[in-house]
Design a protein around this ligand. Structure first.
Ligand code: NAD
Length: 402
């Protein structure tokens, strides 16, 4: 099959290699397989921003629609220094598989801007977001493509996107983004949904293995929306969270970290680093500590051919998108490590985004309890994290079956 130099990146190589393996296993016909290796359309934009020092900087931004067979496209928006066309394309591809696996009426999309959000002021981020939204305006819309938060973006960024889009329509359009603040049509529970989904899937995995989550030792890379929420829930449920890291480094305590106290520390210090009563540990080292559950919940390609041999977890649950390369997958599998893949493990966010979108289209909003119930039921419909066997025993209470 043809090369794709436009998309050159580790994440894209991983996504295409995984598709090729699955296509072979499913005996997927050649034409369908070939089509799925390419995004349907990709947009590259440049975004000039007047910085606080008075100078203008130009950032590169992307939005990619991978596939539109099942409906409008859905996928996050990432602000990160590593963003590239290849990475965004790979992430859009993963969204197609994720939405399909969850039975959602969406194709996959993704967006990104190459920038360092931590080093930018609120005003600079607002200018960047509004100009990026204006540049991709023709690519997004409630029935076309619906962005959501991802690495480095949050509810505030979604509110600016929604407002910029709505200004061009002369009315409020809540269905254009999900993961926005509740006051402007966001969903109660959306922020926690991805981390919560990971915990649900871990409960299922433990149940399938005849074990309990309580007392299990856990290591989490990334203490943001995904890793932070999952760590908090696991800690509350009696798991022993021994190690956590973020972009600055990691902390370790073999007796377990007090996550509530850690939250307070992060609010003040801006990082987990320096948490009293814990030892410092580097990001590469934290992945290699012995534990029951390892949760990479930061960036892609963290578990690779050169460190997979040293992973000493029994279960790797992929909170991040694409944290394990295909070579590492093979090594972990040969060593009997259970890997719960991203498209299942972190799908809770897009499930609740779907509920938010449906509510935004109808201007009819549900409460947290109803959504939580619907969300967990939707999650249970996915395949077993251990055997991969499809489950179909769920009924719906809050949203219609497709
Ligand atoms: P976030 O920006 O809220 O948090 C990211 C965390 O990772 C932060 O603690 C940050 O300090 C840390 N981090 C960043 N770079 C790092 C590095 N190189 N090494 C170690 N830690 C690093 O982002 P998030 O929303 O939690 O997303 C994390 C991952 O989960 C991403 O891969 C994202 O694509 C994936 N994901 C997110 C969602 C969602 O709903 N937000 C849904 C599905 C998948």
């Amino acid at each position: 099959m043809a090369d794709m130099p436009e998309f050159e990146s580790e994440m894209h190589r991983t996504a295409v290699a995984q598709l090729d393996q699955v296509a072979e296993r499913l005996h997927l016909d050649h034409d369908t397989h070939l089509r799925l290796r390419y995004p349907r359309r990709s947009l590259v934009v440049s975004i000039p921003v007047r910085m606080d020092n008075g100078h203008t900087e130009v950032f590169m931004g992307y939005r990619v629609h991978h596939n539109t067979a099942l409906g409008p496209t859905k996928g996050g928006l990432r602000y990160d220094a590593e963003v590239s066309m290849g990475e965004v394309t790979a992430l859009a591809m993963l969204m197609t598989w994720k939405c399909s696996l969850m039975g959602l009426p969406y194709g996959g999309a993704k967006g990104g801007v190459r920038c360092t959000p931590r080093g930018m002021s609120k005003r600079e981020l607002e200018s960047l977001t509004r100009r990026y939204t204006a540049e991709i305006m023709l690519f997004i819309g409630p029935d076309l493509d619906i962005p959501a938060p991802d690495l480095g973006t949050d509810e505030q960024i979604m509110a600016w996107m929604m407002d910029t889009y709505s200004m061009t329509q002369g009315k409020s359009v809540p269905g254009v983004v999900t993961g926005k603040p509740i006051l402007v049509g966001g969903s109660a529970g959306r922020r926690e949904a991805t981390g919560r989904g990971i915990v649900y899937v871990l409960y299922q995995a433990a149940h399938s293995l005849g074990e309990e989550l309580k007392g299990k030792t856990v290591v989490v890379q990334g203490f943001g929306n995904v890793g932070g929420v999952a760590a908090r829930m696991l800690w509350r449920d009696g798991a022993v969270v021994q190690g956590i890291s973020d972009f600055k480094g990691g902390i370790w305590n073999s007796q377990g970290l007090d996550i509530r106290a850690l939250d307070e520390h992060v609010k003040e210090a801006g990082s987990v680093v320096g948490f009293p009563g814990a030892d410092a540990i580097s990001n590469p080292d934290i992945l290699e500590q012995p534990c029951d559950i390892l949760m990479p919940a930061a960036t892609g390609s963290q578990i690779r051919e050169d460190n997979a041999d040293r992973i000493r977890a029994r279960i790797v649950v992929e909170g991040a998108n694409g944290p394990t390369t295909p070579e590492a997958d093979a090594i972990l599998s040969s060593r009997g490590v259970l890997v719960i893949p991203d498209i299942l493990a972190n799908a809770g966010g897009v499930v609740v985004s779907y509920f938010e979108w449906v509510q935004g289209l109808q201007f009819f909003f549900w409460g947290r309890r109803a959504r939580s119930r619907a969300g967990s039921r939707r999650s249970w419909r996915g395949p077993s994290p251990v055997s991969g066997t499809p489950r179909r025993r769920t009924t719906w209470t809050c949203a219609p079956p497709r």
